[in-house]
Design a binder for this molecule. Structure first.
Ligand code: FMN
Length: 237
């Protein structure tokens, strides 16, 4: 049986960033160096993520790490499926559902990304290519696929998965690594499940490509801002 993870009592911190720094340094990385992250470091990040909270401590995350040649093979499969438009998602996703300020924020992201990639608004083929970089894992030599069991309407489980995903991403940031959560990988849940031999009852919510950021990559020129807390928060007393 696997060793049970317990909270370390008073271990000296190994990360060099403060919490405030890690939360602000973290951003979505869309260009990685062709340099594998050592397995020992991946395991440290996974152990950090394991401390994420979850409804009733169900710890519903089932994480699959794919690396090296296997990831290259999966990339080829995903590009072919994407070009053919053969989507097999477990969960629906439609940007047309966004309205008002949410739509505006999504539009701002699209504009920032395509500008960074030097793709013109009317260049459909260029936009397709820029979007398809999701299926090259933005050149990352490793990616995590976050599968979950299906309970009820799945909303609570998805919340737990988000907690886990952000803990994973902050752990990467604290170690000078980077990552990007990708709903785009979830569009091919069925394909990925079959490729990795994962049972049907586990559903793919999103993946996270991760590794050493390539600071010179055009995709990493994107910097998304945040609205002030006054826009998102209401105090009651
Ligand atoms: C669950 C989730 C899924 C995402 N899916 C994608 C994706 O498929 N492709 C992509 O380029 N970015 C994706 N993103 C990244 C968002 O665009 C990004 O988090 C947002 O623009 C804020 O920018 P920042 O992460 O750099 O702060 C996703 C983010 C989250 C949280």
């Amino acid at each position: 049986m696997a060793t049970q993870l317990i909270r370390p009592e008073a271990e000296a911190p190994r990360d060099t960033l403060s919490f405030e720094e890690a939360t602000r340094v973290r951003r979505s990385i869309r260009g990685f160096l062709d340099q594998a992250v050592p397995e020992s470091v991946i395991r440290e990040v996974l152990e950090d993520a394991q401390y994420a909270p979850s409804n009733c401590n169900t710890q519903p995350w089932n994480t699959h790490i794919v690396r090296g040649e296997k990831l290259k093979q999966l990339s080829a499969v995903l590009h072919a499926k994407n070009d053919a438009g053969e989507f097999t998602p477990d969960f629906s996703f439609d940007v047309n559902d966004f309205y008002g300020e949410y739509r505006e924020r999504n539009n701002a992201l699209g504009k920032a990304y395509y500008e960074a990639m030097n793709v013109m608004r009317e260049d459909k083929e260029g936009r397709h290519r820029a979007g398809a970089r999701n299926y090259s894992f933005f050149n990352a030599p490793q990616a995590a696929f976050l599968f979950m069991p299906s309970f009820g309407d799945n909303v609570r489980v998805a919340g737990d998965m988000g907690m886990y995903g952000q803990t994973f991403l902050l752990s990467l940031a604290a170690r000078g690594l980077g990552g990007i959560p990708q709903t785009a990988l979830g569009f091919f849940a069925g394909t990925i499940r079959e490729f990795l031999g994962i049972p049907d009852e586990l559903k793919l919510l999103f993946g996270i490509s991760f590794g050493y950021p390539d600071e010179d990559a055009p995709g990493n020129r994107v910097r998304m801002d945040r609205v002030p807390i006054e826009t998102s928060v209401t105090f009651h007393a």
